[in-house]
Design a protein. Structure first.
Length: 101
């Protein structure tokens, strides 16, 4: 778990860099600690940082938990985030359509 500690340290030291928070959340999720991964991902999303993988992971976690409404909110925010690349935004719009908005 030393790698996890280093990931957390990087995320704490550079919160403006979403890759560090995402990497930390990724390993938390893979370890089965989804409850800790969610707030890390929420910070990235709540800052409207243009990092699509964070939106994907958070939405996917919510879907796996059966929280479709929460997942839709995340995908909608991503689709509306003008800072994200248009192809990514289109994928989020498609995901919303398949979920039935």
């Amino acid at each position: 778990d030393e790698a996890l500690r280093w990931c957390r340290k990087a995320a704490d030291l550079r919160p403006e860099e979403p890759r560090y928070g995402y990497t930390y959340a990724f390993f938390l999720d893979r370890k089965g600690d989804t409850a800790k991964a969610i707030p890390v991902l929420r910070k990235i999303v709540d800052r409207n940082q243009p990092f699509s993988p964070a939106y994907v992971m958070l939405g996917t976690i919510y879907e796996k938990q059966g929280k479709a409404d929460e997942a839709k909110k995340i995908y909608r925010r991503a689709a509306d985030n003008a800072e994200l690349p248009e192809p990514d935004r289109a994928q989020f719009r498609n995901r919303l359509r398949t979920m039935g908005k």
